[in-house]
Ligand binder design. Structure first.
Ligand code: ADP
Ligand code: MG
Length: 723
């Protein structure tokens, strides 16, 4: 066992891709969407009327006809069978945050002893997975374990390929037999309906008629890659997705040389294959680059309708993980795989668009005279102001607690960055007139050979959790491993409410004032109240913490602090009013997420203990023994042995501390006594986490002193710098 870490290192270093020596040529337009059945494909395969019916459902949210479902089922089965698929699955998103599927074969035996492929509208529309093992937060006691999956016609079906077979995935919603949402998709679709209704009501006031308003989402995904050789030697990475012990390497991200650096061949091969697979699934991935920390990367798709984008985001995460193994990597989506290095997030870009593609948050060149934009912009700020708590809840998890407020990600305080130009416009509006928009002009680079670049009206601010970036808001505090659905549900619902309130006020004034005057009054009233949510400065600074406290903004630092807000009366009323989640559904989510927090930490504690006791302790004792021998022998020989003695004392005291910290951790756990979920979370936060961190500190100290060849775990410098 002694030298095996070096074998691991050698194997990782020597990894070679299979290559035939010529670059693979990819024709994106040819392969794009070949593994997804798009609306265009369906048009060719459906009778005209059925296609029209389906299109109405997809683009306008019209109810689905069973006759249409039947002919869609036939078209899907044919399309999938032509491509070699044998099975289908209702693919859904339970509240674990992962995706789930149960496969059924198309094959039905016939009387003649043969078999035929069958798939009906009924099979397409509804499935009944054995649902008792998915979290329901008390919504569905196991004695009534029925759960149903229901086809979501607004998200394209797609194929998953394996070397030995292919199957058809049908995006579905997942609900209890009473119709309560047990998943992420159902409330997302409901929130999109609610937003659509209010946004169209507002647009009517601006004389814009549209069939449908969608929220749009584009989520940038950060991730780490580590060589599998290392991964499988780290029980912590395997069990929890993050390193629970590990001393900081002498060189981390200080040199800033990884960010946007050139991408290594092995990583690039991996990214290219990921992208090819995503293109084939019809997912429009666009950007790839290195991120700030070593071995950290980012991938970003183009934005799409929020529901499709949320499905695609799940497919992106699973594709990243799946393909990594082919390149000898493990893809880590955890928010904080390595202590002392930047963690990973997901930037959720969000806006609203009409079905014809009019972006409601597009300010144009002169936002001061774009009243429609100012209306939706004001509504969004109002929403963020009124529901800071919900936005914070929507991103709360044990993993994300490591990032938020740690000077690498936005603080736990929710505020909005809007840039100089819009700040100026708000000031003009509040002081009685809208005269002009600050122009940004052209950026000269000081030499005529370089072109002049148009300057953006607002600079970037990486420290804001919610930043206006030109024509959309970017919610930057979202966690890298989470589904984008719930944060999107929250955005849709709170902005829906704000639009509703502004419309009501505006409509009430229209009898006595002209539209423009009434509108300005409404916007001014709202901004007066809500502009304290705007903050354009440095979100990482202590001044902001102080300032935010003065402004009375919430600062919910951790998951146990944030989660209880989910079930406040304000929030239950909000979700109830717009029929996004009923009270039971809200409460069950609280239970599930609080339980997930505790479970995550329990696994972390158990794994930390196991590593400390079975890997670190033995290595340190072996070394202690050797040192004790050396001290004794040198003394016998009458040699000066202060070096060996000092090291012996150090190792001995570090080992004592390891023993004490482990005893303390056990003690803390044995004394946990909370009987409510909320108290239980706080016990973990206030008592268990510090006790676990104390064990980590003891282990990390031993790592610094122990002989390299005794150390049983791959260390940070190996995991982070081998690519
Ligand atoms: P950056 O964040 O680096 O400025 P981009 O401006 O290219 O990058 O956009 C980042 C993400 O925002 C991409 O996923 C992009 O598709 C998405 N995005 C752009 N416009 C919108 C929009 N109207 N609604 C939602 N997402 C959008
Ligand atoms: Mg971004």
């Amino acid at each position: 066992m002694k030298t095996s870490r070096y074998d691991t290192l050698a194997a990782a270093k020597n990894w070679k891709p299979e290559s035939n020596g010529t670059p693979a040529k990819m024709q994106i337009t040819k392969i794009f969407g070949e593994n997804a059945l798009t609306l265009d494909d369906l048009k060719d395969r459906l009778p005209k009327d059925d296609w029209k019916g389906l299109k109405k459902t997809i683009t306008e949210g019209a109810p689905l006809d069973i006759k249409v479902a039947d002919s869609a089922a036939i078209a899907m089965k044919e399309w999938a069978s032509e491509r070699g698929a044998t099975h289908y699955t209702h693919w859904f998103q339970p509240l674990t945050g992962a995706t789930a599927e149960k496969h059924d074969s198309f094959i039905t035996p016939n009387k003649g002893g043969g078999a035929v492929a069958e798939f009906s509208g009924k099979d397409l529309i509804q499935g009944e997975p054995d649902a008792s093992s998915f979290p329901s937060g008390g919504l569905r006691p196991t004695f009534e374990a029925r759960g149903y999956t229901a086809w979501d016609p607004t998200s394209p079906v797609f194929l998953i390929e394996n070397d030995n077979g292919i199957y058809l995935c049908i995006p579905t919603a997942f609900a209890s037999w009473k119709g309560e949402a047990l998943d992420h998709k159902t409330p997302l679709l409901r929130s999109m309906d609610a937003l659509d209704k209010q946004a169209r009501r507002a647009l009517k006031l601006f004389d814009v008629d549209t069939n449908r308003v969608f929220s749009t989402v584009g989520a940038e995904q950060e991730y780490f890659l580590v060589d599998q050789e290392f991964y499988y030697r780290r029980p912590d990475l395997m069990a929890t997705g993050r390193t629970l012990v590990g001393a900081k390497p002498p060189r981390g991200q200080e040199m800033d040389d990884h960010y946007f650096g050139s991408i290594s061949d092995r990583v690039l091969s991996y990214m290219l294959e990921v992208e090819r697979e995503l293109y084939r699934l019809g997912i429009p991935v666009k950007t790839r680059h290195n991120e700030v920390a070593p071995n950290q990367f980012e991938l970003a798709p183009l934005f799409e309708n929020a529901n499709v984008s949320a499905d695609h985001q799940q497919m992106i995460m699973s594709t990243l993980k799946k393909i990594a193994k082919k390149y000898g990597f493990e893809c880590l989506l955890h928010e904080k795989p390595f202590d002392g290095l930047n963690g990973s997030g997901k930037h959720l870009n969000w806006s609203m668009s009409t079905s014809k593609g009019m972006n409601l948050l597009e300010p144009g060149d002169t936002p001061h005279d774009n009243m429609q934009f100012l209306f939706f912009f004001t509504a969004t700020l109002r929403a963020v102001f009124k529901h800071q708590d919900l936005l914070r809840v929507s991103i709360a998890s044990a993993g994300n607690d490591h990032r938020l407020g740690a000077n690498e990600a936005p603080p736990a305080i929710i505020s909005a960055y809007i840039g100089e130009q819009l700040e100026d416009i708000i000031n003009q509006l509040l002081s009685g007139g809208l005269k002009d928009s600050m122009r940004s002009g052209l950026l000269g680079l000081g030499t005529p050979v370089l072109p002049e670049l148009p300057k953006h009206a607002g600079d970037r601010n990486r420290t804001s959790p919610f930043a206006f970036t030109g024509n959309k808001f970017e919610f930057r505090a979202v966690a890298s491993s989470q589904s984008v659905s719930f944060p999107t549900v929250v955005l849709n619902t709170i902005v829906c409410e704000a639009i509703d309130e502004l419309c009501t006020e505006l409509e009430g004034k229209l009898d006595s004032a002209d539209f423009e005057t009434a509108l300005k009054e409404v916007l001014v009233d709202s901004l007066k109240e809500t502009r304290t949510i705007v903050f354009n400065g440095d979100g990482y600074s202590q001044e902001w913490q102080d300032e935010a406290a003065k402004r009375g903004l919430l600062n919910l630092r951790t998951t146990p602090d944030a989660l209880p807000y989910l079930t406040s009366k304000k929030n239950i009323d909000l979700f109830g009013k717009y029929r996004v989640l009923n009270e039971l559904e809200v409460e069950s989510r609280y239970e599930i997420w609080a339980e997930q927090y505790v479970t995550t930490l329990t696994i972390e504690v158990d794994t930390t203990e196991a590593i400390a006791k079975t890997m670190v302790y033995p290595a340190a004792v072996r070394y202690l023994n050797e040192l004790a021998d050396a001290v004794k022998k040198t003394a016998d020989l009458g040699l000066k042995n202060s070096g060996a003695t000092q090291m012996l004392e150090r190792i001995n005291s570090a080992l004592n501390e390891l023993g004490d910290s482990l005893a303390n951790l056990e003690d803390v756990q044995s004394k946990l006594k909370a009987d409510s979920t909320e108290e239980h979370c706080f016990e973990y936060k206030n008592e268990v986490i510090p006790a676990m961190n104390r064990v980590r500190d003891a282990v990390d100290l031993l790592e610094r002193y122990s002989p390299d060849d005794y150390w049983p775990l791959p260390v940070y410098r190996e995991m982070l710098f081998v690519k």
